[in-house]
Ligand binder design. Structure first.
Ligand SMILES: [Zn+2]
Length: 128
């Protein structure tokens, strides 16, 4: 499989548009899914199944959904849903919807530097 890594400058440009929550999801490489009893979880019921749909609690815009049968078994695995406007902004896509590449080591470094803007830093005392 060929992986295209995003240009760190492109990652930085994207990151400057992201919310703090979106930066956190990118930085952690993981979303913060809510509990089932939560306003950001919506369960719909059909004949013999439940569809569980959840939005990330950092409000990055990304959702996921899976289907469980009435015995509690997951019968369709979690799939991401990027259909919200926020999720579209979150994705590494250009205006035409073409991939700008994945965030690799260099992209993560650029992302960290953008995320550090406004962070309170404690200076270590100089050793004498
Ligand atoms: Zn998220």
């Amino acid at each position: 499989m060929n992986v295209t890594w995003a240009d760190p400058n492109v990652v930085a440009d994207k990151a400057k548009q992201w919310t703090e929550g979106q930066l956190a999801c990118r930085f952690n490489k993981f979303h913060a899914w809510p509990p089932l009893k939560h306003g950001l979880t919506v369960v719909t019921q059909g004949p013999g199944w439940w569809e569980v749909r959840q939005w990330c609690t950092r409000r990055c815009g990304v959702a996921r959904k899976a289907i469980f049968n009435m015995s509690g078994y997951k019968v369709r695995d979690w799939r991401p849903d990027y259909s919200s406007d926020a999720a579209k902004q979150y994705r590494m896509l250009d205006e035409d919807g073409k991939s700008l590449g994945r965030i690799g080591t260099d992209g993560q470094a650029a992302l960290f530097l953008v995320s550090m803007t406004g962070v309170t830093v404690t200076q270590m005392p100089e050793e004498t």
